[in-house]
Design a protein around this ligand. Sequence first.
Ligand code: ASP
Ligand code: MG
Length: 481
Amino acid sequence: MPEQNKLPTLVMKFGGTSVGTAEAMSQAVQIVQNSRQDWPRLIVVTSALSGVTNLLLDSAHQSARGQVHQLYEAENRLRITHDAIADRLIQDLARSVQVKQEIGHLIAEFSNLCRAMAVLGEATPRALDAVASLGERMSVRLLSAALEATGVPAQSVEATQLIVTDRAFQNAHPDLKATQERTRRVLEPILAQGRVPVVTGFLGATPDGVTTTLGRGGSDYSAGILGAVLPADEVWIWTDVDGVMSADPRAVPNAATIPELTYREIAELAYYGAKVLHPKTIRPVIDAGVGLRICNTFNPQHPGTRLVADSAERSRGEIKAVTAIRNQRLITIEGRGMLGVPGVAARAFGAVASTGTSVPLITQASSEQSICFAVPASSNGEVIQALEAAFAIELAQHDIDRIWATEDVTILTVVGAGMIRTPGIAGRVFSALGQRNVNVIAIAQGSSEVSISLVVDASDADLALGALHELIVTTNTGGAQ
Ligand code: ASP
Ligand code: MG
């Protein structure tokens, strides 16, 4: 079907809040309906209804601890939430009964898996993925029936048939080549019939068919992967805010939508805590040259944020956004004996990695007498222990004097391509903080040169965030409104 392949192709992904209630889902249905004219080949990817993945995983963990008494309530909640939407959006009684039955079977599967975990007394990553996948397996059935109820021919598809991953349960990595082959084989015939495939976000399967998940929030990533392998012309991520904001509006009231961001900027933002897009989504999309847009299900007329290729002319030195990662600790390893000793950093980060902790920020002074990095406050104790064990000999010999952590700190990141090379911007950043008496504990420049990160005491975080956001308003000529 070579001709068919050239028709405009769009992947749309709906997040949990975009399908979480009957009102939201009917909005989503309307959006799909309205887009069919411009996009003859339309693929929908959906998350589980909001709150469902958490409910499934919490129940699994509790079951593994032997607490099965809450299962009954969880089953009920799942049934009521999904059935309420089916009752509102699927008028055809037989179809509605059928969808409810299918969802009922998935709820029974949930219950069986949890009871098995209770018997075994453990929840393995593989079993957790089996449970977590149920949310999306329920939502696709509901959404495709809701689409059909408005006359859009739709078909639910489980991404276990499309996305091939490794066996890293809970954080699986896709094999794009195998995924491309399967995705085309399964989706092309559906598209050729003029139907809209409604695909489960978040999940995949190993080559031998065991269900995996791509990590929490991974439905965006699913959309990116499918967009890249088909390939689609564009991927649109429908969420519950007007695109990417210049700061978290809960902390900064005059935060505004950023109309255009480069891929490097969004990558940096996603990494540094702007929760609007799963960071892994970007890579496959850029590599395949697919356009990406983030828009609001509840305000579909708003253009949202468009992602554009990096280019010099776009890098005018504006500051585009400020993010905050809260509840961090800064750990320092220091000692004169570290000078010139190779491998200290490798061993330090090896020890951190052994605890499963990821490090959002690292700085090392050129004197090589200390290494300093941030970890989430919740992992602090475990990380310090691992480091003390790894460097027991150096500590005993006083080559390393001490390993210590600060109180809670916040990492603030100022993002904007070209900002770093624009003279005066870094100066303005520091004077804005200086004027408000905010002490900067550490500084790091993003390796992609589109961000500067500053570590401040948790108690200064909001003041500093507000001060840095002011710079967006006053520094930019044509940035965020
Ligand atoms: N439902 C999954 C989660 O809550 C995936 C997603 O929503 O993107 O993590
Ligand atoms: Mg999400």
